[in-house]
Write a protein that binds this ligand. Sequence first.
Ligand code: 3HC
Length: 649
Amino acid sequence: MAVNWNREDNIAIIWIDNPPVNAMSHSVRERLSLALNEVNADTGIEASIIACRGKTFVAGADVKEFGKPPLAPFLNDLVQLIEDSAKPVIAAIHGKALGGGFEIALAAHGRIAAPDAQFGLPEVKLGIIPGAGGTQRLPRLIGVAAAIDMIATGKSISAPHARNLGLIDIVSQNELIADALAFARTLIHSEPRRTGQLPIAKFDEQTAELQILAVEQKARGQISPGEAARMVLRGANVPIEQGLKLERDKFLELVGSEQAVALRHVFVAERLAAKFDELADILPRPIQSVGIAGAGLMGAGIAVTFADADYDVTVVERDTLSIDEGQKRVDAIYERAVKSGRISNAIKEERLTRISFHSDLNAFTKCDLVIEAVFDDLGVKRELFTCLASIVRPDTILATNTSYLDPDAIASVVPDPSRFIGLHFFSPANMMRLVEVVKTKEIAPDVLATGLAVAKRLGKLGIVSGVCEGFIGNRLFTAYREQCDFMLEDGALPHEIDNAVEAYGFPMGPYAVTDLAGLDISWARRKRDADKRDPALRYVPIADRLCEAGRFGQKSGSGYYIYDGGRKLVDPIVTALIEAISSEKGIIRRPFEPDEIIARIIAGIVTEADKILSEGISLRPSDIDLVLINGYGYPAWCGGPMFRTGRAK
Ligand code: 3HC
C-alpha cells in the first residue's frame, strides 16, 4: 500500500511509502487524498502528520507520468486539500523534499525536519516551473527575492538554512516522528497557519525585475528559469487563487514544451548511465583512502574533489618545492570557494585536514585507490605504475587520468591489469561534472563498478568509455572543432560561429574558448604529429598561421580575436588571413546563417558519434549527449545531438 495511516492517541500519522523516492504517482495521489479525507472525517483525530517511509520524503511529482494525460486527483488539488484542512497538518521531513514534495510541505500548517533534510524546487531543471503552488507559497514564507533565487536555480538548501529563512519551524534534534508528535500537540485547538493566506513581505518591484532579468540572462535561452522567476513576481501582485491558476496554466504549457521533453531525456539518460546488465550483481570495492600522484592543476583539482566528498586524500609530489606549489594550488581552490560564498572558512579548514602531502610513493601503501595525474607522457606514466604496483596492496585500484594516451599501454606494466582503470576528469576537476570511466581491456567488473560508484559519491556523472584516442569526449570535440574550421574556410568568420553557438546555448563559442585556453599547446602537438597526418584528409591551417604570427590567444593579446583591455574585438587581420587561406585553396567563400552553422556542427558530431557507437567505445547514444552536456557546455535543454537527430529517445 503506497499510503496508509495510523493513530497515536488523537494524532494521525499518514505514511507515504512509494520507493525508491516516494514520487507522487497517480496511485499515491489517490491514496493520499483518501487518507486525508478519512482523517478529516474522523472525529477522534485532532491533527495529522505527513511522513515518509524509506530514505527520503517525497522527491517530487512522478516524472514518468509527464507527457501522459494527467489523471485526477491532481497534485495541486491535493496540496490545496492539505492547506484547507480544518485540523492542523504537519510535514515531518527527512531526506529530500523536492518539487511536489516540497510543495506538500509548504501547504502543511507546520514543518519539522531532520537535521540532514534538504529542500528544493528543481522543476526548472526539467524545463518546467513548480505546478502545485511552489511559486506562490514559497515567497509567503521567505520573501520574493529568496524565493526567486531558490526557484530559478533549482538548488536545494539544508534544514538549518531553511530554519533560518523561516521555511521550516523546527529542526528535530531527537527522533523525527516523536518530535513531530510533540509539535502537533502544540498546534491542536489553534487555527491552522495557512501559508497561502500569509501576506508577502514588502519587496521592491524594480529590484525583483532586475533579479529576473539576471536569471533570464544566465539561462542563455533556457525558458523555465525566467518563467519560474516571473511567476513569483506575478503571483506576488494578485490574490493567491489567481496566482495559483496562473502557475498551473504555465506549468501545463511548459510540461509539453520541446525544452521540457529534452530535459526529461537528460533526466532519464543520467539515471541510465550507470546501469549495465553485466554489473547488476557486482559490488563495488569499498574506497575511503585515495592517493593522487601529482599535484599540478589537475591533481590539485582531483584532490579537492575527493576531499569534498569525505575521502581521506594522500597526495604525492616529487620534492618539497612541488609539494609546496601543490598545497598552494589546493589552498587557492578553497580560497576561491570561500570568497564566492560557496563554503565557509571553517569548512575550508576542515577539508584541508583531509588532504596530506608527501614526497614518497610509499605514502600510498594504505590507499584503496590511486589516481595518477602526472605529465601526459607514456614513459613517465609507465615508470610510475611499475613503481606503484610494487608498493600498494594487491587489491588497490590503479587509475590513470590521461586524456590522450592509451590506458591499456600504461596498464601493461602492472602485473595484474584487471585492477587498472581510466578515470578521466575534466578541468577544472573540482568544478566539472563529467568523469569518463575508461574500461580498459583487462578490467575486472568490480573495478569498473567501483569507478562508477566513486564518480557518483563525488557528485559527478560517470560515463563509461572504451579505449580510443581522446575517448568519447575529446573525439567528439575534435569533430565539432573540425566542422567549425571547415566553415571558416568555406566562408564563416570566427565571431559568426561563436555567436551562433552561444545563441544556441553554449556558454562560449569554440574560438573564444580557444583564445582563452591558448593556441600554443595544440600547435606544438600538431607540429609533433605532422608526419602522422593523412595528406588525403582536409587540413585547415588557420590556427597554425595565427600561431606563426605570435597570436596565442588572450595571454598574448590576440588570437582569433584581438583583445583591448578586457574587450574581445573582431580583428580585420584575422578576417584577411582566413580569406587568404580560402583563396589559396580555391574556395569560393559564402555566407553561413546561424541555423546552418548549428546544423553542420550537429551533423559533424553525430557522424563521429555513430562511429564511436559502432566501435563499441560508447555503449549508448544517450551517453554521447551526456558527455557533450556535462563536459563541453552543450545546452542540456536542447537534449544533445543524439536526441535532436532521433538517435536517442
Ligand atoms: N519521479 C519518478 N521517478 C523518480 C523521481 C521522480 N520525481 N526522482 C527519482 N526517480 C527515480 C529515478 O528515475 C530512479 O529510478 P531507477 O532506479 O528506475 O533508475 C530512482 O528514482 C532513484 O533515483 P536516483 O538514481 O536519482 O537516486 P539518488 O538517490 O541518486 O537521488 C533524488 C535521489 C535526489 C531524489 C534524485 O532522484 C532527484 O533529484 N530526483 C528528481 C527530483 C525532482 O526533479 N523533483 C521534481 C519533480 S517535478 C515536480 O515535482 C512538479 C511539481 O511541481 C508539480
